[in-house]
Each structure stands twice: as structure tokens, then as C-alpha cells.
Write a protein that binds this ligand. Structure first.
Ligand SMILES: *Cc1c(COP(=O)(O)O)cnc(C)c1O
Length: 229
């Protein structure tokens, strides 16, 4: 797959990733450009992100509010059309900063967060697009709504907090084949009339696209290996 192509700089890895995404769209019989690449720049400093911006990439993902707050405002002064996605866990006491900074939040995972986001969105007059994270593997250490609670959480977002949810997001267990998790996420989204599917990372985005992903979150295939946490 694209990750093994012999390229070693950010612009060529980005180009190879986009090419692989377009190829996966074609072989799935999907419209070209239908899938959005969220370039995951977490842990990488601004000087590593800048080449991707110069190459035309505008959609980026970060997993920590504080880190994004430190890196992105300055970059955004020069690249004003950047779209920033929060793909990491959100605490309700950071809802104000998240609403101020992010255009899309992929990690709504409990009613308390939905409530905090709704309040901040009203106060700030901002409407970031929202995805609900689903713990498809029901892993105890992982964030996300268990599959059996998805319908109820979506109903609460809509009826109790007046939020529009664009889609669902998942991170499959590392030691399992991802396809069944992608298929489950697709089933849950369809059942609830949601169009967005945030699924697929460096190692499995082509599979995710075959199973309906609208947003793939790709980090290391573009920016290189991250230091271990
Ligand atoms: C880090 C991260 C990614 C990107 O992972 P890669 O394997 O580097 O592509 C995608 N989604 C989430 C939620 C992440 O935290």
C-alpha cells in the first residue's frame, strides 16, 4: 500500500496517500474526491506541518486540545482556510477551547460532552461539525459509546441538546482485523440516517474506503513514525 512507497518527505508521502485514496475510491465505485483526508499532525511541530500546507493540504487532525492550541493559531494566520479536526478524547472542561479552535469534533462520546458542547456552541455562536465516537470493539480502556448505546446517545444529542450529528467515528482494536469494525460503524450510521463515517488510518484506510469511509485519519503515512508515548 501507499505506506511502503519509496518516498521520504512529507509532500511526496502526502501525494502518495492522496493517490492511494483516489485509487481506493475508484475500486469501490465511489466518486472521485468523495473521501476527505484528515492529515493527522499530532506530535509533529509546525515546521513538519508547513510542507503539507505548502503542498495544498488543508484538513488536519490533532488529538489534544492544548497541543493544537499551541501550534495552530500561528499557522492559521498564514493559511486561513485550514480545517482543524479534533480526533482525541475531549473533557467537558475543555469544551470551550475545543469549540473555539476546532471545525470538526470526532470524539463526542457521552451525553455530558454533548451538553457541554451545546452550551459552548450557543455561547460562542460557533457550530463545529460533530461525530460520535463508537467503541466498536467494546474495549474497556478505549473511549467511545458502546454499539448498543449508540441510538440512545444520538437521540439524546438531538432531542436533549439540539445537536446535529454528522456521523460516527471508530478506532478498531489494534490486534483485530478492522473490516468488521468498519462494517459495524457503517451499519450503525445507516440505521440512524447519518452520512459521515470517520474510519481508517495509515494501515487500513483503503479498506475503510471500500466500506464507506467519508473521512480517513492518516498520520504516520504522511508525517512519518511518531515517538512512542
Ligand atoms: C494518531 C491517530 C490517527 C492516525 O494514526 P496513523 O496510524 O498514524 O495514521 C488516526 N486516528 C486517531 C484517533 C489517532 O489518534
Amino acid at each position: 500500500m501507499s505506506t511502503t512507497e519509496p518516498t521520504d518527505d512529507v509532500p511526496s508521502r502526502l501525494a502518495a496517500t492522496l493517490k492511494a485514496i483516489r485509487r481506493a475510491e475508484r475500486s469501490a465505485g465511489r466518486a472521485e474526491g468523495e473521501v476527505t483526508l484528515v492529515a493527522v499532525s499530532k506530535t509533529f511541530p509546525a515546521e513538519d506541518i508547513e510542507p503539507a500546507l505548502q503542498a495544498g493540504q488543508r484538513v488536519f487532525g490533532e488529538n489534544r486540545v492544548q497541543e493544537a492550541k499551541a501550534k495552530w493559531p500561528a499557522l492559521r494566520e498564514r493559511y486561513t482556510d485550514v480545517e482543524l479536526h479534533l480526533i482525541g478524547p475531549l473533557q467537558s472542561n475543555k469544551a470551550d477551547e475545543a469549540v473555539a479552535l476546532f471545525d470538526v469534533i470526532h470524539t463526542v462520546d457521552r451525553p455530558k460532552i454533548a451538553q457541554a458542547l451545546a452550551r459552548e456552541m450557543r455561547e460562542q455562536g460557533r457550530t463545529p461539525r460533530l461525530f460520535v465516537q463508537v467503541n466498536t470493539g467494546e474495549e474497556p480502556q478505549k473511549a467511545g459509546v458502546p454499539p448498543r448505546e449508540v441510538d440512545a446517545v444520538l437521540a439524546a444529542c438531538r432531542d436533549d441538546y439540539g445537536l446535529t450529528i454528522e456521523g460516527l467515528m471508530c478506532i478498531p482494536p489494534v490486534d483485530e482485523a478492522p473490516a468488521p469494525h468498519f462494517a459495524l460503524l457503517d451499519k450503525l450510521a445507516r440505521r440512524n440516517g447519518l452520512k459521515g463515517l470517520s474510519m481508517g488510518m495509515s494501515s487500513d484506510f483503503a479498506e475503510a474506503i471500500a466500506l464507506g469511509a467519508t473521512h480517513v485519519r492518516v498520520g504516520s503515512a504522511i508525517f512519518g513514525a511518531r515517538p512512542k508515548p
